[in-house]
Design a protein around this ligand. Sequence first.
Ligand SMILES: C[S@@+](CC[C@H](N)C(=O)[O-])C[C@H]1O[C@@H](n2cnc3c(N)ncnc32)[C@H](O)[C@@H]1O
Length: 231
Amino acid sequence: MQEEKKNIGNLFDRIAKHYDLLNHLLSFNIDKLWRKKAIKRLTPCDELLDVATGTGDFALEILKQDKAAHITGIDLSKEMLAVGKEKIKKAQEEKRIQLQQEDCASLSLADESFDALTCAFGVRNFAFLDKGLSEMYRVLKPKSKIIILEFSYPKNFLIKAVYNFYFTSVLPLVGKIISKDRQAYSYLPKSVKNFPQREDFLQHLQKAGFRNTGFQSLTFGICTIYYGEKI
Ligand SMILES: C[S@@+](CC[C@H](N)C(=O)[O-])C[C@H]1O[C@@H](n2cnc3c(N)ncnc32)[C@H](O)[C@@H]1O
């Protein structure tokens, strides 16, 4: 798993062109609802940093909900960013969203330069989770919010059985057929299973310095919104 994470930029480079289609298809579009719910927790701000912005869906939705005047989106994958840049151009939002290639484990951004920070389905992929979270903390101004959206493992026995079947059998197969990449979509269930869940993830947020942390479970716990503040 750790080896795969070290090459995570490559993995997303390979699937970038199919990412949006597969994302919405495989989640039956529920991901759009999850994103909207997470963004509702933000209060409007000037400068927002969207970490692991990928193809820019989360950043574009933040603008739609008028939650930021300007967004900087960073991601490891050049190809994901290239797809994102096209979408931002099409939406005529180039002045309000600026994308740059960065590793969250060592951001080139200045201390205390953002009023809010978001990260959707990104932290699970970090090769160095705690380093990434402390970098997020460093670039935020005091009294700023962090909102993280991430897959999680359902608790209910029945839901877990359905989820396991879908995530380990259906999803890797459909992902492989469409993206033609065998590894990418078998990585997804493994990465969710191995990632700290709910209270355990809050401990990582607190270790990085965040306070007033909490989480909200969505859709039987398949997805979780985590939140906190740099006070
Ligand atoms: C599942 S995608 C999520 C993209 C987007 N936020 C969304 O909601 O669709 C995960 C993204 O995390 C990025 N990523 C993984 N590790 C990263 C790191 N250390 N720094 C920056 N981005 C990273 C990947 O390149 C990929 O684009």
